[in-house]
Write a protein that binds this ligand. Sequence first.
Ligand code: BJ8
Length: 422
Amino acid sequence: DAAHTAMWERLDLDIEAHDALLAVLGKFYGDIYLAQEGRLKGAEYLDFVLSEVHGLRIKELQDAKAAGKKIVGTFCVFVPEELTLAAGAVQVGLCAGAKAGTELAETLVPRNTCDLIKSFIGFKLARICPYTESCDLIVGETTCDGKKKAYEAFGEHVPMHVMEVPQCKAPCDRTLFRAELVRYKEALEQLTGQTITAEALAEATKVVNAKRRALQRLAALRAAEPAPISGRDALLVNQISFYDDPVRFTAKINELCDEIEARITKGQGVAPAKTPRLLLAGCPMAVPNWKLPYLIESSGAVIVGEESCIGARNTRDCTDETPGNLDAMLDALCDRYMKIDCACFTPNTERLDNIAAMARDLKADGVIHYGLLFCQPYAHEAMKVGKAMDAAGIPYLSIETDYGMEDAGQLKTRVEAFVETL
Ligand code: BJ8
């Protein structure tokens, strides 16, 4: 509507390109989400949030800004939302899941860069993401080489703070990350003019943990047979967790879980009993990257879990809420974040154990590893995961793809052939 367009103009979006993006997104969403059968009533919340993703939520962010709050954008689950909230700021995970502005992006980063990176750079350079344009600060992190170097170039276009994330998990690495938490805390205090107190951090930790617990609850319910929610909807829940208001989101997802519990009691599901159940592992699927889940679930299988940062890797661990003073709280934060089993770490054997445990707990019949083309860390680990699944007797398929649709037919053939063997 006119009010939204005026808001987008104030954010200096390229209105024509943005309209085209919303049209494609709407069409995609209709085909992939609204066309599903036997959907939960609670999915109305997901539909609403998605339909207002560039509307109401952006309006809320603008209102928050008008009230003096700062908006912080992120691309990685290593950026502690607890600290961001404790500084009175809003944290949003920025969209990096669609092909946009690719040619422009390739003027800043090499062509052989993964689509996730090209996407966030393309969104910025093509001026079509109202979240990016709303940010007062964007926080990067030294994880993979692709992102690390891309942030140098990106920093010429947006205000950035880059956190150093270590690559190993020895005591000296922990010390480094602990210091980086303090440096991020100081950057936030400078940005907001607000000192992060022990009380504020304790409160923020509760909010973030409550969100994680709701997502853990949803993840655990997916062990039921038949599967009570589609993998697509569960992925969307995780995607939305990065940008909706955390308190509202938590309440809505707990309601959704109540409905799922009732469904399980009645023995109802989204797919017939005996539908092959798959665990997806690998690179994060940032919104609106729904390509592979859609292909899988239209190939006679249902996805029961995501071993990914838009999934279990982000929700598995809560932050200890018991410490009393600020130093102990920062220690607790450090402990929690250093458990993340991102492929950027070496070694990263706990990830293999975590995947096998998830497959077992969720009663998955097989594991599909998703790697983004040009992503070195996950391509290496795809091979290790394959060996580990072999050893555990779990059928395994490794897929490498990008955000383009050119390979959709070929991927579907491979997935169907895999599903038939289960
Ligand atoms: S904690 S997974 S969110 S770094 S796909 S940009 S790795 S080349 S996203 Fe990640 Fe944090 Fe790790 Fe999670 Fe690089 Fe690979 Fe691209 Fe990637």
